[in-house]
Design a protein around this ligand. Structure first.
Ligand code: HEM
Length: 509
């Protein structure tokens, strides 16, 4: 019975029961001698000291250090659903959603991620600015103190809805900017970066960066430098995580990380001082920005808040801009989906001048399934990282505590055994009312991670993308004029070429 439940996922309402069974089936029981060793799991040959690091050497190795997705697909094809690797740590790649679920069901109260190691090192050596490594880099009780304090105003549906109006206003500025300055084929990612800086500035800090103004387009402006520093902070993280020389000397990549962090620290400090003074002078005012709520929290001090502001700037701009780029790419290339979406938008916003409201968003079912489908094909992260806190068994192998797990959701989401026509963009597969609806395993596509450590801003990010798509598609018909868009897998998956669109006004509608 347990086996049957474990290998077929039922979505009807006995999740709790399934959860208990999965837990039971993957936990290690005393005297379980039939288990195979971790080292028996298929994977590349491992040598003493260097482990499997040689695989990343140019010309000699099978992997490309800058192409996580290609390495992951190569591993799956060569070794199967579990792949062992040892690039300095004991690492397991997990592809099957049933196994992915088992791992998350074992996650502890304080799930551990082994990432942002160089950033943690940088922050721990800068105690004048930071108390901790921040939310992205910390683990254990320190992480939970920050998470439980800051998440209150990020996660509830109510706290997100209050930002719909201001976000829509900013997207309207993007529409004007497209009409005035965008030429067909230009890289639209630049515009989406500015849009998402502007949105997070207002939502999180009540700060207007004025990113679309002529003076801010200058590379030396505050908005241009903030966007560059956010990218500079994320860009090197993955390669830095694989190395260690930065512990001893300032390597070029570490220097770039440090300089980028310094700039975000400065921007955050200036805004923080400005807001504190403003609240002092104005007293109690109606203000929904996250920063105001942070300042009212008893469990954090100004260093924690400034650290959180830096994390927000790092985590918000590129992620949302890349996700929106891919959604526009898929819609531009799939005209029938774009037309169906436009029909939905037309019923939601009969007049172009109408405001987008939370009630309208609640009815935007097809828009949401387009976003889901785009994130299935092009998630920002190839998967989720965790460090196991207990021994577990998977597929007859003993997976020891402290193993670093990487769930390979992006690769699995593109495999025909889990999704029909997996490389096709078919939003209908997520729509229960559609004949093309598919009962997809809930742990197959996890673009925002899972559990207490999942993306703190999931609701906000989905809302922002939804508003952007509704407003842009209400105004324009969108065409794709570039080649096939792939990814460059840094820490987050960046489009590998210009996001080349053409916008035609829907003048008469
Ligand atoms: C489409 C946009 C976004 C995507 C796809 C995304 C995805 C993710 C993923 C996959 C994680 C790791 C989850 C895990 O380990 O289970 C994460 C964590 C995080 N995200 Fe996002 N994110 C997005 C937007 C944002 C935005 C807008 C913000 C900030 C305003 C943000 C802030 C964070 C933070 C602070 C964490 C660390 C949470 C923790 O460790 O407790 N993200 N995000």
């Amino acid at each position: 019975m347990i086996k049957i439940l474990n290998y077929k996922y039922y979505t009807f309402n006995f999740n709790k029961y399934v959860k208990i069974c999965v837990r039971y089936d993957h936990a290690i029981s005393k005297g379980d001698v039939s288990l195979k060793n971790f080292e028996d799991i298929p994977g590349p040959k491992s040598y003493p000291i260097i482990g499997t690091l040689h695989q990343y050497l140019p010309l000699l190795g099978d992997y490309d250090a800058g192409a996580l997705d290609k390495n992951a697909l190569y591993n799956y094809r060569r070794y199967g659903k579990l792949v062992r690797e040892n690039p300095g740590v004991r690492l397991l790649h997990v592809y099957d959603p049933v196994d992915i679920e088992a791992i998350f069901r074992h996650d502890d109260r304080y799930p551990i991620r082994r990432s942002h190691l160089a950033m943690l090192h940088y922050r721990m050596n800068k105690r004048s600015v930071y108390n901790t490594g921040g939310l992205l880099a910390s683990n254990g009780e320190e992480w939970w103190r920050l998470r439980s304090t800051f998440q209150k105003n990020f996660t509830s549906p109510q706290s997100v809805k209050v930002h719909v109006e201001s976000t829509d206003e900013i997207v309207r500025k993007l529409v004007i900017s497209i009409k005035e300055t965008y030429s067909p084929g230009e890289d639209f990612l630049k515009y989406l970066n500015r849009l998402n800086l502007e949105i997070i500035g207002v939502v999180a800090f009540k700060e207007i960066f004025d990113s679309f103004s002529t003076q801010e387009l200058n590379p030396d402006s505050r908005s241009s430098k903030t966007i560059a520093a956010a990218f500079g902070s994320n860009y090197g993280i993955m390669k830095l995580d694989k190395g260690f020389m930065w512990k001893f000397i300032t390597t070029p990549r570490y220097k770039k990380l440090a300089e980028s962090q310094e700039y975000l620290e400065k921007v955050s400090k200036d805004i923080l001082i400005k807001r504190i003074n403003f609240y002092k002078e104005e007293g109690e005012i109606q203000d929904h920005c996250l920063l105001k709520s942070f300042l009212q929290e008893p469990n954090v001090d100004l260093k924690d808040i400034r650290g959180m502001m830096v994390d927000i700037l790092m985590a918000a701009i590129d992620t949302t801009a890349y996700s929106t780029s891919f959604a526009l790419y898929h819609l531009a290339r799939n005209k029938n989906c774009q037309e169906r979406l436009f029909k939905e938008i037309l019923t939601l916003l009969p007049s172009k001048d109408s405001n987008i409201t939370p009630e309208i968003l609640a009815k935007a079912n097809y828009t949401r399934s387009c976003i889901k489908e785009s994130l299935r094909l092009n998630p920002v992260a190839i998967g989720v990282g965790r460090v196991l806190q207990n021994d577990i068994k998977l597929r007859g192998y003993l997976i020891p505590k402290d193993t670093v797990i990487v769930t390979q959701n992006m690769i699995a989401s593109r495999l025909p055994q889990y999704v029909k026509d997996p490389l096709m963009f078919k939003p209908e597969r997520w729509l229960r009312s559609s004949p093309q609806y598919e009962n997809i395993h809930p742990f197959l596509s996890l673009p925002f991670g899972f559990g207490p450590r999942s993306c703190i801003a999931r609701r906000l990010a989905e809302q922002n993308i939804c508003i952007t798509l509704i407003r842009l598609l209400r105004e324009f018909q969108i065409d794709w004029i570039g080649g096939e868009l792939g990814i460059q897998a840094y820490l987050i998956n960046k489009p590998d070429k210009a996001v080349s669109l053409a916008f035609s006004s829907r003048e008469n509608l």
